[in-house]
Design a protein around this ligand. Structure first.
Ligand SMILES: [Zn+2]
Length: 531
């Protein structure tokens, strides 16, 4: 096991009033350090040098007689700036560099990786990958066959107007400070939080089949939160610009003053809201809330490695087994769940996956019928598909790529949000993410949310709290009787989707318009201790 090199720069603890001046000085020092490390990184990142290393690795494993091999060289820089209670509390920039070599030999995989990118280290790691494949082969029950894929030579660059790593730190911290100021100005709010996150990935993928793919990818996100207290209870509301593959314009284009004031006002209403009474309600779910429901109840069960019985230990397996494909009723005729790894700016739209397969768009559920899986080159052949769907991703140079949820979204319908609400006599409108649980086959679940409003006679009236709805995946989606139109569609990114042993964090985007579900069982999370 080899560990990555991390250069982590942390600016202090949450600052007290007395330390505020020291904090400002530290920010200046950090910026200079970050620039120096950037220049050094660029020198280490010369394309021709990486090509030379990749050629050396692949010729080494070819000589050992492997059926297939690829190498991924990766250089990742991540920056987080966060503030708490009107102060910049934390600024961190980390760099993570290394390479991983994957070989298919005697029908089995071998993988080895290192954080030392050098001509001396490449042969050692290449030989280790081959040795591991030999060991795997001696134990394998079935041989690995890869679905064919054309050879690709390409360069993928995230398009952006403003590089977040070039925007002055003063501008970014000023935005966080002014947002927290707006939030805390609201009577009843006791805490504020705001943060910005950005990541750049420079990657080279080269395979023995001849594919050569260069990546320069960017992702960005910002968020803020207001917390209010009342009668010994607290409640928070938050706003986020979703994680997207774009530049700082994502943050600059958002109206932080308006959103900060909105969440402050809603946090105060939320903490004073009455608890929900248990019962059956019609639900209208907002796109952000649906992004989590789709992720858990459609995304994970559509991963073919789970459905085939791999990944059983870590909340694995799936109720969507291969015998159900093409005939199983997953939801109502309103439910079209589409995987689209080609939509610009979405997290899984990286041009090609870590098998070197080009990103695609396909149906998971069409008119309520389950029709497709997320696959990679290995598992696609197990269900006799001719080509991988291109959903094989690793979360770092030191991780083995595996089947990952695609950008799965709910296709828009034709209604407006007002029309969906108008036809509800007594229901609940839910926004955002809350706590949830779902069994490992992704069949029985319960979901909370971030904010809840009672719907009475077609209108949202007032907030309620402690709403938890539960259901069985196909019954729940079978209760969907309306989806709002494309004008209501919003996208939300996930960067902490856990899977695998050792665990990895997957990235994907889920888009939806508001949708209505009839007669769903709701229980109250309210306990005597909350009274
Ligand atoms: Zn997940």
């Amino acid at each position: 096991m080899l560990w990555s090199e991390h250069a982590i720069l942390i600016v202090g603890e949450p600052l007290t009033d007395e330390k505020a001046d020291i904090g400002d000085r530290d920010l200046v020092i950090l910026r200079e350090t970050a620039c120096a490390s950037g220049a050094e990184k660029d020198a280490a990142m010369s394309g021709s040098q990486w090509d030379e290393l990749a050629d050396l690795a692949l010729s080494r494993v070819r000589a050992a007689g492997v059926e297939y091999a690829d190498i991924r060289l990766l250089d990742t820089t991540t920056r987080t700036i966060s503030g708490e209670d009107r102060r910049i509390a934390h600024l961190r920039e980390s760099t993570d560099r290394g390479f991983g070599i994957r070989v298919l030999h005697r029908g089995a995989w071998g993988f080895a990786a290192s954080s030392i990118i050098s001509l001396e280290e490449i042969p050692r790691v290449a030989d280790l990958a081959v040795e591991i494949a030999k060991g795997s082969s001696s134990l394998a029950i079935t041989k690995v066959h890869l679905a064919p894929e054309p050879v690709h030579r390409d360069r993928i660059v995230t398009s952006c107007r403003l590089d977040p790593f070039a925007v002055p730190l003063e501008e970014q911290t000023a935005l966080l400070l002014s947002t927290m100021e707006v939030i805390q100005r609201h009577p009843g709010v006791v805490r504020s939080h705001a943060s910005l996150w950005a990541q750049r990935d420079r990657k080279l993928f080269v395979s023995t089949e001849g594919s050569h793919l260069e990546f320069n990818l960017l992702a960005m996100q910002g968020d803020c939160m207001a917390t209010a207290v009342h009668n010994g209870r607290f409640a928070s509301r938050s706003f986020n610009t979703p994680h997207l593959r774009t530049g700082y314009e994502l943050v600059r284009d958002a109206d932080w003053a308006r959103e900060g004031a909105r969440i402050a006002e809603q946090a105060v209403e939320k903490v004073r809201a009455p608890a929900i009474e248990a019962g059956r309600y019609d639900l209208v779910l907002d796109p952000e809330h649906l992004s989590l429901t789709m992720h858990e109840s459609c995304g994970h069960p559509s991963e073919l490695d789970r459905a085939l019985g791999y990944e059983a230990n870590y909340a694995g397996t799936s109720f969507l087994t291969p015998d159900k494909r093409g005939t199983y009723r997953y939801g109502s005729a309103h439910v079209h769940l589409v995987a689209d790894n080609t939509e610009p700016a979405t997290l899984a739209a990286t041009g090609y996956d870590d098998d070197g397969v080009s990103c695609q768009k396909w149906d998971i559920v069409r008119e309520g019928i389950f029709v497709g899986y997320c696959t990679n080159r290995e598992v696609a052949t197990r269900i006799k598909e001719e080509r991988s769907r291109g959903s094989n991703r690793a979360d770092s140079w030191g991780s083995v790529p595996m089947v990952r949820i695609a950008n799965i979204g709910l296709e828009p319908g034709t209604a407006t949000l007002d029309e969906l609400l108008a036809d509800v006599k007594r229901g609940i409108y839910i926004e955002g993410h809350g706590s949830y649980s779902i069994d490992q086959r992704r069949y029985n679940f319960q979901f909370g949310g971030d904010a809840f409003w009672l719907i009475e006679n077609g209108r949202r009236t007032h907030m309620v709290r402690d709403v938890i709805y539960h259901g069985i995946t196909p019954e729940f989606w079978g209760r969907c009787d309306g989806v709002a139109d494309a004008g209501h569609r919003r996208r939300y990114g996930f960067i902490t989707c856990g899977k695998g042993q050792p665990g990895q964090s997957g990235w994907m985007t889920h888009a939806a318009s508001h949708a209505r579900f009839r007669r769903v069982d709701v229980i109250s999370g309210h306990t005597k201790a909350d009274a």
